[in-house]
Design a protein around this ligand. Structure first.
Ligand code: FSA
Length: 434
């Protein structure tokens, strides 16, 4: 084991999804000295999880399937999570053959694992409309895909907040602001290898027996990950519905189409509906020297909305979101798009987490590499980190999430073209004139 119940544990990025889930599991297991470090307190304004909603559900096969089943069960039953999940079902649709093949393989995998009663393959417009009557008038030519019964969406910000409350109740400590902002690792005298803590950007030194780096999209900018994680922005826009419009869309299944994008039922209470187009993400390539690197590297560094509140989204994605709305909900065509923002996640090349000990620094555990998977796993992601620390993580999972600078897109990842960079797209920057 990398720690015992009395070890001092520091979690860099403790205000976000992976960090706070890790703290929750460690605290529940009786660890007594956990400290969250972050710029913002939970729920961190920099976290991609700090959002109205996220897609969730028991929708996969294999290891992700095992995790998804367990996560959805916790979303429905655990007192910290259960009020924040909405079991309206989830559609995962496409009109492209390659994607259809992958979805079909996923469906067959789930059936082969004996969980076929939780999914349905939708082959026709009628089958899709039977699940989502609001698509009755939409052109669904060629659309096929999966319906996931045990799923829907989760109120992400609320859930992050709920975990934050629970962490405080359990006595987890924290430091935010400049005292919580990572600057560098502290090592044993002159050794450069054995981690003894974290130096914050204001010079505060936090000593610890184990450091967990769970800084999400900021991870590759903070510490040299040898090109294993690339952070990218995805975007959203909101429409304010009238109460009548909101009632009409209440309880619709989460609608995801791989070419057009996705939306979930309007937010209960406010009638705000969120729309996202789907694309390969946007980088913000910047020349920096992360801790542990001897040279500057070109690294995609998040440009967080909370710190750049006048940023909106590139014009081309506004158009794509409008196309999604026009295709699926034509009665909302032309409505004002509000609160447009980019949020930042990090991808590995094979779309599996990076969750392992750092090979160059003892007592440093990495817990990052979201790859579009993590919020639905919020209740269980920290359990994997806790298992890793306790030496209980099954071999197969250890292998999947190991340090692997040699890994490449194995065909299950996003594939496609290189993502565009913020410097190549227009319409998002509205810096105040000074
Ligand atoms: O299928 C899903 O669970 C959707 S993941 C949600 C998403 O917005 C991605 O579609 C996007 O590409 C990015 O990974 C952020 O997360």
């Amino acid at each position: 084991a990398l720690a015992n119940k009395d070890s001092k544990i520091l979690i860099v990025g403790g205000g976000g999804t992976i960090g706070s889930s890790t703290a929750l599991h460690l605290a529940r297991r009786g660890y007594t000295d956990i400290r969250l470090l972050d710029v913002f307190q939970n729920p961190s304004a920099n976290s991609a999880g700090n959002d109205n909603n996220k897609i969730a559900g028991d929708d996969s096969a294999g290891i992700w399937g095992q995790l998804g089943t367990e996560a959805w069960k916790m979303w429905r039953t655990d007192p910290v999570f259960k009020d924040h999940s909405h079991n309206v079902g989830r559609l995962d649709l496409t009109s492209k053959e390659i994607r259809e093949g992958r979805l079909r393989a996923r469906y067959e995998g789930i059936v082969a694992e004996g969980r076929g009663d939780g999914v349905e393959w939708l082959d026709t417009k009628e089958a899709i409309v039977a699940k989502a009557p609001h698509l009755e008038k939409a052109d669904l030519t060629g659309w096929k895909g999966l319906f996931v019964k045990n799923g829907g969406w989760v109120a992400a910000r609320e859930a992050l907040n709920s975990v934050g409350h629970e962490l405080r109740r359990l006595g987890v400590k924290s430091a935010f602001g400049t005292a919580g902002t990572f600057d560098s690792l502290i090592f044993d005298e002159g050794d450069g290898r054995t981690v003894r803590g974290v130096r914050a950007s204001d010079g505060t030194e936090w000593l610890g027996d184990l450091v967990i780096m769970a800084a999400g999209a900021y991870s590759p900018a903070l510490i040299d990950l040898e090109d294993q994680c690339e952070s990218k922005a995805w975007v959203y826009a909101h429409i304010q519905l009238t109460p009548e419009e909101a009632v009409e869309l209440k309880g619709i299944p989460t609608m995801y189409n791989h070419e057009l994008g996705f939306y979930m039922e309007p937010q209960p209470g406010t009638g705000v509906i969120k729309f996202c187009n789907e694309f390969g993400g946007l980088t913000n390539l910047t020349r920096i020297k992360p801790f542990g690197s001897s040279t500057e590297q070109l690294i995609s560094v998040p440009r967080y909305h909370a710190l750049n509140p006048t940023d909106t989204i590139p014009t081309e994605y506004v158009l794509e979101i409008q196309r999604l709305i026009e295709h699926c909900l034509p009665h909302l065509k032309g409505r004002e798009l509000q609160n447009m923002a980019m949020c930042w996640c990090t991808d590995t090349k094979d779309m599996n987490w990076l969750m392992c000990q750092h090979p160059k620094f003892d007592r440093l555990v990495l817990a990052t590499g979201d790859s579009g998977q993590t919020f639905k796993m919020f209740p269980v992601v920290g359990k994997q980190v806790a298992d890793l620390i306790e030496g209980k993580l099954p071999e197969e999972r250890k292998h999947l999430w190991q340090w692997r600078p040699q890994a490449d897109d194995n065909g299950t990842g996003r594939g496609g073209e290189r993502p565009k960079d913020l410097s190549e797209v227009e319409g998002w920057r509205h810096d105040p004139v000074v």
